[in-house]
Every structure is written in C-alpha cells, then in structure tokens.
Design a protein around this ligand. Sequence first.
Ligand SMILES: NC(=O)c1ccc[n+]([C@@H]2O[C@H](COP(=O)([O-])OP(=O)(O)OC[C@H]3O[C@@H](n4cnc5c(N)ncnc54)[C@H](O)[C@@H]3O)[C@@H](O)[C@H]2O)c1
Length: 312
Amino acid sequence: MSMEKIAVIGTGLVGRSWSIVFARAGREVALYDADAAAAGRARSAIAQSLSALRSAGLVADIDAIQARIRPAKSLAEALDGAVHAQEAVTERVEVKREVFRDMDSLAAPETVLASSSSTLPASAFASELAGKRRCLVAHPLNPPHLVPLVELVPAPWTDPEVVRRTKALMASVGQEPITMLKEVPGFIVNRLQVALLNEAFALVEDGCITPEDLDKSITHGLGLRWSVVGPFETIDLNAARGVKHYVEIFGAKFFELLKPRGAPRPWAEQVVQEIDQARRAVLPLAEIPSRQAWRDERLTELAALRAGSSKE
Ligand SMILES: NC(=O)c1ccc[n+]([C@@H]2O[C@H](COP(=O)([O-])OP(=O)(O)OC[C@H]3O[C@@H](n4cnc5c(N)ncnc54)[C@H](O)[C@@H]3O)[C@@H](O)[C@H]2O)c1
C-alpha cells in the first residue's frame, strides 16, 4: 500500500508537532519553512519528542518515524503529490493570505489546504482563491501530538466533501476532530477558554481567591473531571434524572450567579499584574521552557494511560 503524503508548511512549535502526528501514523511528511534554518531546529525538536514518546511506550520504531519526515527545498516540492497540506505559519493574516495563494496555485486540485490558525477563519485569507472550496481551518491544541482535539472550521464556501476527507484523515491519524457548523470568531475551544478566564480574572480581582488556588480549582477539580466527561455529560450524570432534572434543580440558582456580572469587564492591568506576579513568584520567566517540557511529560503519561484504557 502506498502511503499518503502530507505537506506541513511552517515548522515552528505547531508544525513540528503535526509532523509527528502524521509520521507516527505511517504517513510520509514533507516539511517546508520559509526560514531555511527552521527545518534543522525542527528536526532536533522532533527527535526529542519522539524519544519521550518511546520512553512512555507510545511509539516503537522512532527511526522509521523520523525517516518518514523529510525537509522540502521549496513549497512546490513539499506539495508535490500531497493529499493534504497542513499550514502552520505565523499567525498574521497577510502571511496566511500569501501562503494560501501560493499553495492554491502550486498544489494539485485535489489537495486539501488546511490552516492551523487559532484566530483566523478561512474566510479571512482564502475567499479570493480559485480553489477556495478546498480550504478550511483545522485548528489543533498545542502540542497536537499530545492533545488530540482538532477543530475543523469550514468557511461557508468550503466543499462538504473536503470537510469529510479532513475529518477522516484526522481520525485515521489518531486525532479527535470536531466540526463547526458555522464560522464564529474564537471557534469553540477559545470561546470556552475565554469565558472561563473572564470569570477567573473577576474572581481574583474581587479578592475571592488567590491565582494559585484558582488554578487548582481546575487541575484538581473541573479539569480532572472534564478529561473524562464533557460539561454536558457532567450535568447529565450529576442529577438522578439527567440534564432536565439538573436544570430543574440548579438552573435558576446558577443563572442568578451570572446576572450581577453583566457585560464582561476588561481584564484590568492591575489584576493581570497581580496574576503575573503570582506566577513569576513560582516560575521565573527563564524557567518557562523547562516547565513546558514538564507539562509535556505529564501529558505524555496521560496519553499513555488513555491509550492503555478503553476509551468508551
Ligand atoms: N502556539 C500555539 O499554542 C498554537 C496552538 C494552535 C494553533 N496555533 C497556530 O499554528 C500556527 C503556527 O504557530 P506556531 O506557534 O507554530 O508559530 P511559530 O512562530 O513557532 O512558527 C511559525 C513558522 O512559520 C514559518 N513561516 C513564516 N512565514 C512563512 C511562509 N511564508 N512560508 C513558510 N513558512 C513560514 C516561520 O519561519 C516559523 O518557523 C499559527 O497559525 C497559530 O495560530 C498555535
């Protein structure tokens, strides 16, 4: 069986992680970056991540995986023969516009063009293209080789068949695609994150909790439970007769909590500073990279645990 080729365009933090996702699932990966030195940096970062995955028992033959990831000298070479291009370049609309214009003119008509953009919908950078129907956003969480969720965000003009193919590809490489039914700013994950952050900033600003304890409410509470059941399933399981019953008991009381909040408050400089100081007291700026590595080790352990237990 000949293996599908995937082009990864942009080899920064996200692009290099994407290449692990595709290569460990047996795909050939062509890596392209406008900065020639970036490919070399990506290579050593990929090697490090792969050995961490092997130590956790998540992959076996890392040499074979690494051998499937090859740098390309040009965008055209990367796209040649690719079924899917996963763009992960700098988050600036003019950069996305240029890269999508070039990809659309160079790639074979059947190649799907997917952007990793966190904030820009395809409508913002691909609407003028002859091949706009093959463009969409496939937004990962960082790093995608450890966090499987991918938000698929088609523009109104994206071909449904392109969405279907992208969904099938993502599922076949072990990711968990969710599909938006329409484009909204922030997609799903960042809308949820911003709602939570908004309340978190307000609780600290109002002197209700310290930043450290606020974080614990998620890591030892909500977040722990959410890694097994989502918010709707949570409430379904927390009342004897499910969602309707839960809303009967708590709906009106919970709505009262929201009312005094009114319109969202700007995140005031003072509270941002307070939270920043609290974070710097436990983590000096220089230690952020080692803490990121620590986070990825914990995520790797969790991935190993989840791979070993039945998911359903
Ligand atoms: N960092 C995150 O947490 C995260 C999470 C999800 C999605 N994303 C999205 O992924 C994308 C990449 O983010 P990142 O954090 O990896 O950025 P990054 O800065 O680490 O990497 C971007 C890479 O793109 C390259 N590049 C810039 N212009 C290019 C061009 N014209 N052609 C080819 N390569 C080019 C740069 O040289 C760089 O290596 C962004 O759209 C971002 O919104 C980021």
